[in-house]
Ligand binder design. Structure first.
Ligand code: NAP
Length: 333
């Protein structure tokens, strides 16, 4: 699409108001995609600013250990990895702002982004990496034991449950796919589902039914997770009889859906039916100059390495786009 260019505010040295700042690349979100985008943009001398959001590092910062990112043969803690990503981007000039984008206007370039702390950015290009959030059960113990037996990522944490007994909550494709993955490690995987049939497709469901390590607790919900330093017990309830029972487990994996963090972009950027941002193979959204990377635009892979790759690609493309579509200098007033 053709995009309007606002000549009056295209000013590489600063915005027109005190709290307004011009930036060449504004990265919204600080997970692996955002920090990789910032690294690449910084190395291209684009002086990127990263609005970190509420949680620096996004979902990976909640992961106990990342053991599938190349270069770390012994694995690395999620928070430590985020810290290294951040330091590397900062080394080349990326600036972190511990602030949250609260309003965006992508109708003309430079794009306008307002923040919770009252700043306004005029951005020549924007890279959105706001991630996705796992939907939580919101039961007692869930938050307390996240990273200590409660997990939202079998690929990340499955290895820690070798020869253990785990439950998987949910009945969709994610729950079944992740359950199948967990059988590589765990001795027993019980899928706890609130209905009496899976939502997952036939192929995955058949595989789960055929897997001797997987069994099912139908019509069952988790009421509470408890333990002593790590998960030990879950309280389950039969949805038909109301009967409650306790069960000893080592791990609780929750896959009741992911929700991309895209509400800020409603009516401005194209999204799929699950509200993931739609990007082309160059990471561009429907607005030229606005890119998206990582889970906010990726319902399929959801790995640190794929998100980091998308972030790098978005920054490379933003650089090319700005070279090919320079903003006019502000005319003297
Ligand atoms: P989903 O299809 O929305 O399934 C979520 C599951 O969690 C449902 O079974 C749902 O129960 C259950 N659930 C939701 N809220 C719950 C709650 N509060 N307490 C207990 N259970 C709850 O999500 P998904 O499995 O993450 O899949 C998302 C999309 O990605 C789907 O379109 C899926 O097909 C796709 N996907 C595809 C693949 C693949 O093809 N290999 C793999 C993963 C995901 P109900 O069934 O009762 O609603």
């Amino acid at each position: 699409m053709d995009l309007k260019i606002n000549n009056s505010i295209a000013n590489p040295t600063g915005g027109s108001e005190d709290n307004e700042e011009f930036v060449r690349v504004l990265v919204i979100g600080s997970g692996p995609a955002g920090l990789s985008a910032a690294l690449y943009a910084a190395r291209a001398d684009l002086d990127p600013i990263v609005l970190t959001g509420m949680e620096l590092g996004g979902q990976v910062s909640l992961t106990f250990a990342v053991e599938n990112y190349p270069g770390f043969p012994e694995g690395i803690g999620g928070m430590e990895m985020v810290d290294l990503f951040q330091k590397q981007a900062q080394r080349f000039g990326a600036r972190m702002e511990y602030d949250l984008a609260s309003e965006v206007d992508f109708s003309e370039r430079p794009f306008k982004v307002k923040t919770q702390n009252g700043k306004s950015y005029l951005a020549e290009s924007v890279i959105i990496s706001t991630g996705a959030s796992a939907v939580h059960l919101n039961v007692p113990g869930e938050e307390e034991f996240t990273g200590r037996g409660v997990s939202y990522c079998a690929t990340c944490d499955g290895w820690f449950f070798k020869e253990k007994d785990v439950i998987v909550v949910g009945g969709g494709d994610s729950a079944v796919e992740e359950s199948l993955f967990l059988t590589r490690y765990a001795d027993n995987v019980t899928i706890v589902h609130r209905r009496d049939e899976l939502r997952a497709g036939a192929i995955l469901s058949d595989r789960a039914n055929d897997n001797p390590k997987i069994d099912f607790s139908w019509n069952t919900i988790v009421k509470e997770i408890s333990g002593n330093g790590a998960v030990q017990t879950v309280k389950l309830q039969d949805t038909q009889t109301g009967e409650e029972r306790e069960r000893e487990v080592d791990g609780v994996f929750i896959f009741i859906g992911h929700s991309p963090n895209t509400s800020l972009f409603t009516d401005q950027l194209e999204m799929d039916e699950n509200r993931y941002l739609i990007v082309d193979k160059l990471m561009q959204t429907n607005i030229p100059g606005v890119y998206a990377a990582g889970e906010v635009a990726d319902p399929h892979f959801r790995q640190v390495i794929t998100s980091a790759g998308m972030g790098a690609a978005a920054a490379i493309q933003a650089n090319r786009f700005m070279e090919e579509n320079p903003l006019p200098e502000k005319s003297p007033s």
